[in-house]
Design a protein around this ligand. Structure first.
Ligand code: BEZ
Length: 224
């Protein structure tokens, strides 16, 4: 895939037409976290379920200070017409505004720049469609996490919320979140912290699991 973003890269400050008018990406993000997620095509089944779920979860993203924005290789006109179907799928009034804008990338400029195109998934004219990409940016506008799914596999937006919780916690505390972690579960003390430092940093206590290696790296502490 040409183009693309790697962890730590700054989000490009692109200008684009969206369902809420023309935006400049950095101005759109402001000081918030941001999630930019692409889908293959408007008026397709899996995409409708995904964008419907994203709309339902919008208040949860807002609570976490995360701005949401979607993108596909369709026009604003199509996005607006399709929004009515998404609302109907959600059981909402068709004319309701979706709680996030959708970017018009019918020329594929952004999809190419951001490495979002899936060469195996094409429209009737043989033009590639956008894959199901998720980019999560921090308030510094740097890429903190990316997810890439093919057109045939819908994403789990609860998982995206879960990773936002992990990213936001670990951005400010010297911890990492273990397998299947969810908000409120115990977390791991990162390996670079000494035992002495860990005692000071985590007054709720540190539990170290004994291991056959004798190494003391499996250290849990309640979520700070
Ligand atoms: C869908 O959203 O259902 C879809 C879109 C493109 C290819 C396959 C499935």
């Amino acid at each position: 895939m040409p183009g693309g973003l790697l962890l730590g890269d700054e989000a490009p400050n692109f200008e684009a037409d969206t369902t809420v008018g023309r935006i400049r990406f950095h101005d759109f993000l402001g000081d918030s976290w941001g999630i930019l997620f692409s889908h293959p095509r408007d008026f397709t089944p899996v995409c409708t379920t995904e964008l419907g779920r994203a709309a339902k979860l919008a208040p949860e993203f807002a609570k976490r200070n995360v701005k949401m924005i979607a993108l596909s290789v369709d026009s604003v006109q199509d996005h607006l017409a399709w929004s009515k179907d998404i609302n109907a799928y959600n059981g909402d009034e068709p004319t309701e505004k979706l709680p996030y804008p959708i970017i018009d990338d019918h020329k594929r400029d952004l999809a190419i720049k951001l490495g979002m195109l899936d060469p195996d998934e094409q429209d009737g004219q043989g033009m590639p469609l956008t894959a199901r990409v998720v980019f999560i940016f921090g308030p510094d506008k740097k890429l903190k996490l990316s997810i890439l799914y093919p057109a045939t596999t819908g994403r789990n937006f609860d998982e995206i919320l879960r990773v936002v919780d992990s990213l936001q916690l670990t951005a400010y505390k010297k911890v990492a979140t273990p397998v299947d972690w969810k908000h409120g579960d115990s977390v791991m003390v990162v390996p670079t912290i000494s035992e002495e430092e860990a005692k000071k940093l985590f007054p709720k206590g540190v539990f170290t699991k004994e291991l056959p290696s004798g190494k003391k790296y499996l250290r849990y502490t309640p979520q700070p």
